[in-house]
Design a protein around this ligand. Structure first.
Ligand SMILES: Cc1cc2nc3c(=O)[nH]c(=O)nc-3n(C[C@H](O)[C@H](O)[C@H](O)COP(=O)(O)OP(=O)(O)OC[C@H]3O[C@@H](n4cnc5c(N)ncnc54)[C@H](O)[C@@H]3O)c2cc1C
Length: 551
């Protein structure tokens, strides 16, 4: 049996769902195919005995700025965000702490309590990071990548801020932190951790521009009310309301090719679906070497996929539903108890780097990480009635290597993590754990085939795998050398995390190729960035038009 669509999207993670939802809203006939029984990819919320455990993505950074939130009206489909005032707390020896707040003046006061002179340095840095993000880095998230030479020229000729961003783009994250001259190693450690938290190497040249993004995002951070999966459900609802079909529990095994063109997909159950555009949100190894016969792509694309670099370290998570008190950080400022993220185990930048190096080298000896109690901010995440006490959901997150015998080590490591946390919050030792699930890098890969070696961003961030090079220069504008085949996942610009840039940008490229007019103009922020000279429509390649009918 064969059905026909304008577009078939492979993978129903945040990017596949958002890409499909835009296309469906614009009038295309769309099918989204998902291997797992539920949509969402990294947007997983599992409900166990009433405790909602967000096994993967929890932090929604600058959540309201994701275009689908406004343009697809996700709030009327059940999405709202909770944004705690105390965004992050860093715990140091001797009861000292640093708290970062939505209110920058509060954050400055906390920095000053550690080191008076660093307060002014923080204010300068935060203002500059804010300007960089609002004027260029956020708009560039929702705009196709511009070839590096053209992008650098645009930035350098646009004025002082642009030149500074261009300079940061040559540096490493550690060098960018050093620019601000912080005296207190604890302050430096805190901002370096935020920059590296999602697996970014401190010393990777050409990635300095990521530090402002992650520091700014993680100081404007939220969780989804009711659990991260609510975001997936709302996107699915939007798709289905616009007539799209969402097929779950079946993998795409093959991309069908005719006369060098992608013309559809074959599912695991043998069913074939024909379409004018196939949009893959899978990683480059899957898309370019597994789903098509060898020789489909030019040699440089196949070689590029084979040489694709995975992330060098991944995450280990423990998510538990407990009955007992929320953690109380004994001996610390009381605002620490109210923080969305509490970071433990780093006194100086060298500690942060030593932890990432240990994880890269395959070791789990270095203990540090951060914790969140989602139920503190959102009562929906824990059952509303449990006998014998107050229910809470706990989440512990730390860096971890992929190459370990996780099957035998996982539970013992989870216990070590929870004991480390309880070293700071001793009341946790009194908890009654009702449900607990831990995820090693190997479990991540097993659940989401896109995240090979636990690569939460579908591939390392290196200067050769970012911007116009992501995933490969031949496929960086969401088109590929194969007519009718598009890419849209975290392995495309701007990369991983729940920001929906790849899905949003790809939907525009696919719509244009299908000859469908999108009812949305460019975002105001993008238009302004073009007017200010940071971005330019002229620097983009021509769109690839697809034939009207599938012959
Ligand atoms: C432990 C962990 C913690 C994280 N924490 C955060 C966080 O706090 N904040 C944040 O923003 N991000 C976080 N992330 C990262 C974020 O989840 C990902 O970067 C994001 O989900 C990528 O979105 P995507 O749509 O490109 O791909 P994915 O979410 O990987 O979705 C791709 C989908 O394709 C499906 N698929 C795979 N193969 C096939 C096939 N052959 N046929 C059909 N379907 C297929 C997969 O099952 C999956 O559902 C975390 C990730 C992990 C693993």
């Amino acid at each position: 049996m064969s059905e026909s669509y304008d577009a078939v999207v492979i993978g129903a993670g945040p990017n596949g769902l958002s890409c499909g939802a835009y296309l469906a809203r614009a009038g295309a006939k769309v099918a989204v195919i998902e291997r797992c029984v539920e949509t969402g990819g990294g947007l997983v919320t599992q409900e166990l005995s009433g405790f909602r455990l967000n096994h993967h993505a929890l932090y929604m950074m600058l959540a309201e700025l994701m275009p689908p939130y406004q343009e697809l009206d996700l709030s009327s489909r059940g999405v709202s965000f909770v944004r705690p005032e105390v965004q992050a707390a860093f715990l140091f020896e001797g009861g000292k702490s640093l708290t970062l707040h939505l209110d920058a003046a509060e954050s400055r006061r906390s920095v000053e309590a550690l080191c008076q002179a660093d307060g002014e340095r923080f204010a300068v840095m935060y203002e500059e990071f804010g300007a960089m993000c609002q004027r260029f880095l956020i708009p560039a998230t929702y705009f196709p990548p511009i070839p590096p030479i053209e992008q650098t020229q645009l930035l350098e000729t646009s004025g002082e801020l642009g030149s500074r961003i261009a300079a940061f783009s040559e540096m490493s994250p550690r060098e960018v932190i050093d620019e601000y001259g912080f005296e207190d190693p604890r302050v430096k450690a805190a901002f370096l951790y935020l920059g590296m938290m999602f697996g970014i190497d401190a010393d990777e040249g050409g990635l300095g521009f990521l530090l402002p993004i992650y520091v700014y995002r993680l100081m404007n951070n939220a969780i989804v009310r009711g659990g991260s999966h609510q975001l997936s459900s709302a996107l699915r609802r939007s798709l289905e309301e616009d007539g799209a079909e969402v097929i779950t529990g079946t993998a795409v095994d093959e991309i069908l090719m005719e006369d060098g063109r992608a013309t559809g997909v074959r599912l695991g159950d043998g069913k074939e679906i024909r379409c004018r555009a196939v949009v893959s949100t899978l990683n480059p190894v899957q898309t370019f070497t597994k789903l098509v016969p060898e020789g489909t792509f030019p040699e440089e694309v196949e070689d590029g996929a084979r040489e694709w670099e995975w992330e060098e370290w991944s995450l280990f998570m423990v998510n538990s539903g407990i009955v007992g008190e929320a953690p109380h950080y004994e001996g610390y400022d009381e605002s620490v108890d109210e923080a969305l993220m509490v970071v433990m185990g780093y006194e100086c930048p060298e500690d942060v780097i030593a932890h990432s190096e240990a994880a890269k080298a395959g070791s789990v000896d270095h203990m540090a990480g951060h914790a969140t109690v989602p139920s503190l901010f959102d009562p929906l995440q824990a059952p509303n009635h449990v006998p014998f006490g107050t229910p809470h959901v706990l989440r512990w997150e730390t860096w971890a290597p992929y190459d370990r015998d996780w099957l035998s080590e996982r539970d013992a490591f989870a216990e070590r993590c929870m004991e480390f946390w309880a070293g700071y919050a001793p009341n946790l030792r009194e908890r009654n754990t009702r449900v607990s699930v831990c995820w090693s890098p190997k479990d991540i890969e097993t659940q989401l085939a896109t995240m090979a070696r636990g690569s939460i961003k579908h591939g390392a961030y290196t200067s050769l795998q970012m911007g116009y090079n992501r995933p490969l220069p031949d496929c960086s504008e969401y088109t590929t050398p194969v007519d009718g085949l598009f890419v849209a996942g975290a392995s495309t610009h701007p990369g991983g995390m729940v920001i929906m840039g790849p899905g949003y940008n790809a939907s525009r490229a696919v719509a244009s190729a299908l000859g469908i007019e999108l009812p949305w103009p460019q975002l105001d922020s993008v238009r302004l960035a073009c007017e200010r000279g940071y971005l330019s429509l002229d620097a983009l390649a021509e769109d690839a038009a697809l034939p009207e009918e599938d012959e």
